[in-house]
Write a protein that binds this ligand. Structure first.
Ligand SMILES: NC(=O)c1ccc[n+]([C@@H]2O[C@H](COP(=O)([O-])OP(=O)(O)OC[C@H]3O[C@@H](n4cnc5c(N)ncnc54)[C@H](O)[C@@H]3O)[C@@H](O)[C@H]2O)c1
Ligand SMILES: [Zn+2]
Length: 375
């Protein structure tokens, strides 16, 4: 049972110069979302969501907005990464215009990272920018994509290549919506949550190790871990909104992860993003150990924890054939623009002690991956 104190929503204030906003984390928040949105003094709210999320949660938030005297226009897109496209952006933009969403109104993104990125970008460019409320419904979106203001779509040339920074006016995180999230998606989001411990908070990682069961049972430890993750991301974003420095630490595990996602052709049935990040973070720690920077024991501890929740931790855990070391390094080079044969990685001196390494020779990365293949 939740105690009353634990059930009270937590507020994380994000203080970006001139554009402060709150992240609210709690239970049952969808039913009261209308009041919070009305407090932003909008007349109309366009709710962009996908078909899966609409089936489970749209009516609750719609009813709440209507009860708060808001005009409501739902816009439902197909679930999945292909919706982060120019074609769907055009459809959503047209629907927003047809619904007469004006400068003072709001776009509300109700969904996972796909809906958040797509609706966020539509809000950024509609009439040169209308306000955005994020109501993330996947664990990944709750701990990562809904915070920080990056929005965008994919093109045939790659992911997230067209987009804008557009900070939300409010983020409402209703932990209860995760009850309908598929287990595999929950685990994938958990990988991004563990990332914050690995970056710079060894205590948080240790707490996650201790409370895994409660988190996966969606008890109060989950609310606390989500709030902690949002605070960690917000802190990095406040330090470096446009990623000229420390914000890059959030890419821990992602150089390897993006290469693996590319290697499987972004086939979500073989590998979803959070799973790629789980493998990528283990590789980042093993690579750090390989370079003599971190204890091998820390790499083993990271792998053991992620494996204990059912996440993949080795390239060999991916079903089917995956490109070899040579090809993977080539993909990383493309992803990160090689400067004189050097790659950028987030490496670590240990758990909670990550740093940006901008000068890692591609040859070292290849030697590391070959050492794994030989083992
Ligand atoms: N903007 C950023 O900073 C940022 C950061 C990380 C990831 N991303 C982006 O986020 C996207 C991935 O996000 P995602 O993992 O949330 O994927 P997603 O939005 O595709 O959601 C995953 C699946 O879960 C379903 N779903 C979501 N919430 C649900 C719920 N409560 N109940 C039932 N089903 C639900 C969705 O319909 C979808 O099928 C990628 O496009 C990635 O590029 C953006
Ligand atoms: Zn990620």
């Amino acid at each position: 049972m939740l105690t009353e104190a634990a059930a009270r929503p937590r507020t994380i204030a994000v203080d970006l110069a001139g554009r402060p906003y709150d992240i609210i984390v709690g239970r049952g928040l969808l039913a009261g979302a209308g009041q919070r949105i009305a407090a932003l003094k909008a007349r109309r709210v366009a709710i962009v969501t996908d078909r899966n999320v609409a089936a489970a949660h749209l009516s609750t938030i719609e009813r709440s907005a209507l009860a708060a005297d808001l005009a409501v226009s739902p816009i439902v897109v197909e679930p999945g990464e292909p919706s982060k496209s120019f074609a769907t952006l055009a459809e959503v933009s047209d629907a927003l215009l047809a619904a007469r969403v004006e400068r003072g109104d709001l776009v509300l993104a109700l969904g996972g990272g796909v809906v958040g990125d797509l609706a966020g970008f539509a809000a950024a460019i509609l009439r040169r920018g209308v306000r955005l409320v994020q109501v993330p419904t996947s664990l990944l979106a709750q701990v990562d994509s809904s915070v920080g203001g990056k929005t965008g779509i994919n093109t045939g040339r790659g992911k997230n290549l067209i987009g804008a920074f557009h900070q939300p006016s409010l983020v409402i995180i209703d932990v209860d919506v995760l009850k309908s999230l598929p287990a595999r998606e929950f685990r994938a989001g958990y990988a991004e949550m563990a990332k914050y411990g690995l970056i710079d908070d060894a205590d948080f990682f240790a707490r996650l190790e201790r409370s895994t069961n409660e988190i996966f049972a969606q008890g109060p430890a989950l609310d606390e871990a989500i709030a902690k993750s949002c605070a960690a991301k917000a802190a990095l974003v406040m330090r470096d909104e446009f990623e000229t420095g420390d914000r890059a630490l959030l890419n821990l595990g992602h150089t390897f992860a993006h290469a693996l996602e590319t290697a499987v052709g972004y086939d979500g049935s073989r590998l979803v993003h959070g799973e790629a990040v789980a493998i990528g973070m283990v590789l980042a720690f093993r690579f750090s150990a390989f370079l003599g920077l971190a204890p091998e024991a820390d790499a083993a501890r990271v792998a053991a924890h992620l494996a204990s929740v059912g996440l993949p931790t080795r390239i060999g855990d991916i079903s089917g054939e995956v490109a070899g070391p040579e090809k993977l390094v080539e993909m990383m080079a493309q992803d990160k623009k090689v400067v004189g044969g050097a790659l950028t990685f987030i490496l670590a001196h240990g758990i909670g002690k990550s740093f940006i390494a901008r000068d890692v020779p591609a040859a070292k990365a290849r030697a590391f991956l070959e050492s794994l293949a030989a083992a």
